[in-house]
Design a protein around this ligand. Structure first.
Ligand SMILES: *Cc1c(COP(=O)(O)O)cnc(C)c1O
Length: 344
């Protein structure tokens, strides 16, 4: 079950769904009903799981578009049953067990009660259950192994009652790579499908080949090249002052495009195969880089903010480290705030 929420982690939900379908995906995972509707309207016929809970107002669409709700507690059950009865077709549902994430779902102690509530309605058809790991990317922690055991123990009742049709799913990318026994009937990788390890550069450094290949590249073009003398304050607040005659390339991109202010005076970009530093404050639509010594650079030259150019590569993990975040956030920001083109 490829996870294609957040517009496919910034890569485009519909385009990703098409590729993953060709690759043999069994189902898709999204957060909200509206995403499922877009998938159906684009012709997707695979099961689509709504993983972040369903509000009553969304139930008519949920059923009309044949989406599978992951039910987090009993509150939604009467609404689901009522609309399913109106359509004359039982609603297939999965349950969300909070087996250790501590975020959403039903605790193990209350799970049986939830199962009983579902089974008490002829218009609800229990099909499976899931839980989510909070730290499967941490290979040192014993938490994930404990969670696998709790998930297995708590869902045993479904295995018995649903016999061959019960569908259990637990693993995200970290669970798939690092947690023994986490595979169950379906796995829900997200970040790995986009070419990154859930534990970032550490994961890449320690992974056996073949390594995952990042799918996303983020590029722009130089809009101006200028020379400024030593002692010139650059941009807002003069966050950077030149200490020597400096050649500056101006880039037509800024925090509006997800190239966050946090990256001011920190990030690097690739121009003509060279790594050069971002200098000064990143503004809404403009960013400056120091290209002193690269006298061949001219307006319209390609600049790589994320990805490969020549022998150099800047990964989302590296950018995430500059931003004190994780690759996931970098991919969502860059991918969802900019024009996407698909190659290969
Ligand atoms: C996002 C998500 C995943 C995928 O996680 P990755 O770390 O990207 O592999 C799996 N399951 C659920 C419930 C999710 O929300």
């Amino acid at each position: 079950m490829p996870m294609i929420k957040a517009d496919g982690y910034g890569h485009g939900m519909l385009e990703c769904a098409q590729v993953f379908t060709q690759c043999g995906a069994a189902a898709f995972g999204v957060a909200e009903v509206v995403e499922g509707i877009h998938l159906r309207q684009a012709g997707c016929t695979l099961p689509v799981f709504i993983l972040a809970g369903v509000i009553p107002q969304a139930v008519p669409d949920l059923l009309a578009y044949n989406l599978t709700p992951v039910v987090v507690d009993q509150d939604i059950l009467p609404v689901l049953a009522q609309h399913a009865a109106r359509l004359g077709k039982p609603a297939g549902i999965h349950l969300k067990l909070d087996a250790g994430m501590g975020r959403q779902g039903t605790l193990a102690a209350e799970f049986l009660e939830l199962v009983a509530a579902v089974e008490s309605s002829p218009w609800l058809r229990l099909e499976g259950a899931m839980a989510h790991f909070p730290m499967a990317d941490n290979r040192q922690s014993p938490h994930s192994a404990e969670m696998v055991a709790r998930f297995r123990r708590t869902t045993e009742v479904l295995r018995q009652r649903l016999a061959g049709t019960c569908c259990l799913h637990l693993a995200n990318s970290g669970g798939l790579f690092y947690v023994a026994g986490a595979q169950f009937d379906l796995v829900r990788p997200g970040i790995a499908l986009y070419g990154y390890y859930p534990d970032g550069q550490t994961g890449r450094d320690q992974a056996p080949p073949p390594l995952l290949r990042p799918a996303m590249r983020f590029a722009t073009r130089v809009i101006q090249v200028r020379q400024v003398p030593a002692g010139t304050g650059l941009g807002y607040n003069h966050l950077y002052t030149t200490t020597r005659p400096t050649t500056v390339a101006v880039l037509p991109l800024g925090y509006e495009d997800g190239y966050l202010r946090l990256l001011s005076n920190k990030a690097q970009v690739l121009i003509q195969g060279n790594r050069v530093p971002v200098i000064g404050r990143i503004s809404m639509n403009l960013t400056l880089v120091d290209i002193t010594g690269l006298e061949m650079v001219k307006p319209e030259d390609e600049v790589i903010l994320l990805g490969r150019q020549g022998a150099e590569e800047i990964t989302a993990d590296e950018i995430a480290a500059w931003m004190d975040t994780i690759s996931y956030e970098v991919l969502c920001l860059f991918g969802n705030l900019n024009q996407r083109t698909y190659v290969d």
